[in-house]
Design a protein around this ligand. Structure first.
Ligand SMILES: NC(=O)c1ccc[n+]([C@@H]2O[C@H](COP(=O)([O-])OP(=O)(O)OC[C@H]3O[C@@H](n4cnc5c(N)ncnc54)[C@H](OP(=O)(O)O)[C@@H]3O)[C@@H](O)[C@H]2O)c1
Length: 246
């Protein structure tokens, strides 16, 4: 997959991993479309990029998604890379009053159902292109869960499963390639509560690994520690589970 002269949509491209991916694609001569809910944050991010369009859009809001999709079909008919990056997590102890049902609902809507909705609406446009890709951002916890992020892990495991099936479907019916980016702990706003600042890798490392994997058609991208947990899980799922919950 080429990594220059593409038109790339990144949901949640105003901060963290999404913004670092936007920066790299921008530097390599692509047109980048970034979305997010907070207009100010989005504008500040866009001001740091050259070839960019910023669109306020919440992946969980149907009207926002429809507006975004209409704008893309009308103004960006060459869109050929979709990066489903926007995500949400709750870090909490399972307990009687944890409101796990509400939290799980939020996480499933943002991390799983919204990806399916947006992908379904854009896949025809992607399939029209000579070369196209969908990148779903899951996580190390899709391989083995971390018990303090039980419902988040489940939403990413669901996305992992969907991504594998989508890859097979599109491989057989189109030229659109389906990638899965699986970061370990990354130092972003998202991970501050779980030690991202001290133990997380830089989001720029995740972005660089993604670009390298796209160039080499490596479909499942095990960034940093994810590669070790992947190997461990292959040999002993129980050891991987223990390592993730040490
Ligand atoms: N950080 C980690 O340790 C880690 C590890 C593995 C996987 N991941 C995954 O990587 C992805 C990015 O995480 P991150 O760490 O970069 O998070 P982040 O630093 O918090 O950035 C999240 C980005 O997504 C946007 N966003 C959040 N909810 C949105 C929504 N409903 N609609 C549209 N945009 C939304 C945010 O902007 P607004 O708030 O303005 O909307 C922001 O641009 C997520 O899918 C996450 O699950 C993260």
């Amino acid at each position: 997959m080429k990594t220059t002269q593409n038109t790339v949509l990144i949901t949640g491209g105003s901060a963290g991993i999404g913004f670092e991916i936007a920066k790299l694609f921008d530097q390599k001569g692509n047109h980048v479309i970034i979305t997010g809910r907070d207009e100010n944050r989005l504008k500040k991010a866009a001001a740091q990029l050259q070839n960019v369009t910023a669109i306020v859009s919440d992946v969980t809001n149907e009207a926002d998604v429809n507006r975004l999709v209409n704008q893309l079909y009308a103004d960006f008919p060459k869109l050929n890379i979709l990066i489903n990056n926007a995500g949400k997590a709750f870090y909490y102890q399972q307990a009687a009053q944890a409101n796990a049902f509400e939290k799980a609902g939020d996480e499933m809507l943002t991390n799983y159902l919204s990806v399916i909705r947006l992908t379904e609406k854009l896949v025809d446009l992607l399939n029209r292109q000579e070369e196209a890709a969908i990148v779903n951002v899951t996580s190390i916890v899709a391989l083995a869960p971390s018990h303090r992020m039980a419902t988040y892990g489940a939403s990413k495991a669901a996305l992992h499963s969907y991504t594998q099936s989508l890859r097979i479907t599109l491989e057989r019916s189109s030229t659109t390639k389906v990638f899965e980016l699986m970061p370990p702990l990354v130092d972003t706003d998202f991970s501050q509560e779980i030690g991202g600042a001290t133990n997380g890798i830089a989001p720029s490392v995740v972005a660089a690994d993604l670009l390298h994997a796209l160039e080499n058609n490596e479909y499942e991208i095990h960034v940093g520690l994810t590669a070790q947990v992947y190997e461990l899980a292959r040999k002993s799922p129980a050891d991987a589970l223990a390592a993730m919950n040490a």
